[in-house]
Design a protein around this ligand. Structure first.
Ligand code: SAM
Length: 509
């Protein structure tokens, strides 16, 4: 039947299922969807896909049909002890914090648990990390839309491949059997409850009743559409107690999705703490990695010029040229302020920056009414201009104001890294570069900055990796972002810088 599906029928099918499950269908899953829908229509004795589409949307059959198709179109890749750094953070940083507040009660939601390896890894980590676990009131609820995966999870029998990242000692301790079927010990099994649930479904009563201390939703939202992701994040936030913790997959962030969370960085991993009005963030940044040790870097390449100094040299030239023009711009925009007191019109500021007319841009920003100056874009532009102007203490204050408005702003963290470096705080600088990269993995500048810092610190290995990534990312970096964060250098100049630095390091240029 699939061969007879018209493009428009397939599109409708994709649209309906995309809405029901939250994700966008790529080429491979689109084919699978068509095959599964056709097979199901035949099984039901329906006349064709149109009749099946009706069934897929009818209130009485919708949930069941969506669940059936979900078994064939969801990506269910998982394994035990995936991202173990997050499990370590959970046991060593999050648990003591939750225990301090709520006694020994612990509610954990594992959203998108697939065949159970994730919640069971968590249960093993708890067994290992909490000696008196049986005295605790622990509930791990694991949900997924794919019922076949849930059935496998309940059987709790796994192949050695599922345990490929499990330390040998834990394999011996918590699994019995041999060959292809390794059975999980009942003492771990009993900690986890599985339930079929579709994250894309609106069910506020279910989420509010959960009152979770911790939620893991890893490698799930990366497949969702932006709109569905935003709805899922809202639901998970409803399910999380204030001060509770949310773990996403390594490639997933809350950037641009929620202002309800603080970012935490410990155990070399990132996660989030739900904000609690009037209570400061309790787990924050604790870089567990020491600063890179100097290695065999040739003495000839060691140099002391910071990236910030390089930016400043590049922008001074332009600033001097534009000072007189700035006075004129300042006067005219002061008149404009009376005419439009509340408008935040930042396009012209960016335009001036694009043409390296930084002083005029600064004057235009200064002329904004005070309430507009609190707008996140205005704060960002201000921080950029102050950085370029070498007023690093002021720039850092502007970054902090911006981070108060939007804690997950990758650009603000990058600028803060420059400020920290200038203040002689290399580990603080590295921390903010890492946060910027986590929040936006496509952002070239923090890689470049971290690479240059590593080179100066004499760590050729890290320098090569970071500069290589910066070079690759620069090719596709948005022009507007280069204008803002490129320190007055063009894409070509920044790419040439990476190439030269890599050449000196003996890497691939
Ligand atoms: C790639 S697996 C991730 C498994 C595990 N969290 C991990 O990180 O190893 C994604 C899981 O999300 C589930 N999923 C996808 N869409 C879902 C939805 N709308 N509701 C609930 N689960 C969903 C899939 O069925 C799949 O089991």
């Amino acid at each position: 039947m699939t061969r007879h599906l018209t493009d428009s029928t397939l599109e409708r099918l994709e649209l309906v299922m995309g809405e029901q499950l939250g994700f966008a269908f790529g080429h491979e899953r689109r084919e699978q969807l068509a095959v599964s829908a056709a097979a199901r229509a035949t099984e039901l004795g329906l006349a064709g896909i149109d009749a099946y589409l009706e069934r897929l949307q009818a209130p009485e059959s919708r949930r069941d049909e969506v669940a059936r198709l979900a078994e064939t179109v969801t990506v269910t890749e998982t394994f035990f002890f995936r991202n173990p750094d997050q499990l370590a953070a959970l046991v060593e940083a999050v648990l003591p914090e939750r225990a301090r507040r709520g006694g020994q009660r612990l509610r954990i939601l594992c959203a998108g648990c697939a065949s159970g390896e994730e919640p069971y890894s968590l249960a093993i980590a708890l067994r290992e990390g909490v000696p008196d676990l049986d005295a605790w009131n622990v509930q791990i609820l694991a949900i997924d839309v794919n019922r076949a995966m849930l059935a496998k999870a309940k059987r709790a029998s796994y192949s050695p491949w599922s345990l490929r990242a499990t330390p040998e000692r834990l394999k011996q301790r918590y699994f019995k059997g041999s060959g292809t079927e390794l059975e999980l010990e009942p003492e771990v099994k009993k900690l986890v409850t599985f339930r079929a649930h579709n994250l894309a479904e609106h069910d506020p009563i279910f989420y509010r009743a959960l009152a979770c201390d911790v939620i893991l939703c890893r490698n799930v939202i990366m497949y969702f559409t932006p709109a569905a992701t935003s709805r899922v994040v809202t639901r998970l936030t409803q399910a999380l107690l204030p001060g509770g913790f949310l773990f996403l997959g390594h490639a997933e962030t809350l950037r641009g999705l929620s202002h309800d969370y603080h970012l935490c960085h410990t155990h070399e991993t990132f996660y989030y703490q739900r904000k609690e009005p009037g209570v400061p963030q309790s787990v924050r940044f604790a870089p567990s990695r020491p600063l890179p040790e100097p290695d065999e870097l040739p003495a000839a390449v060691a140099d002391t010029t910071s990236w910030f100094e390089a930016i400043q040299r590049a922008t001074h030239r332009v600033t001097e040229l534009t000072t007189s023009a700035a006075r004129r711009a300042g006067a005219s925009s002061a008149e404009g302020r009376a005419a439009t007191p509340s408008a935040v019109e930042l396009g012209p500021v960016l335009e001036l920056m694009r043409h390296e007319r930084f002083a005029e841009a600064r004057a235009l920003l200064d002329a904004l009414p005070p309430e507009s100056g609190k707008h996140s874009d205005a704060l960002l532009f201000s921080a950029v201009l102050l950085t370029n102007d070498g007023r690093l203490a002021d720039a850092e204050r502007a970054c902090e104001r911006l981070l108060e408005v939007d804690e997950l702003h990758a650009g603000a963290h990058y600028l803060k890294a420059l400020c920290r470096e200038h203040a002689g705080d290399a580990s603080g600088a590295l921390e903010h570069d890492e946060v910027a990269v986590h929040l936006d993995p496509t952002f070239a500048m923090p890689h470049l900055h971290a690479g240059l810092m590593a080179r100066r610190a004499g760590n050729a290995l890290v320098a090569r990796r970071e500069l290589g990534q910066a070079q690759a990312l620069l090719e596709r970096e948005e022009t507007a972002r280069l204008v803002l964060f490129g320190g007055g250098f063009s894409r070509e100049a920044l790419t040439a810088l990476c190439r030269t630095e890599l050449g000196k390091l003996g890497g691939h240029a």
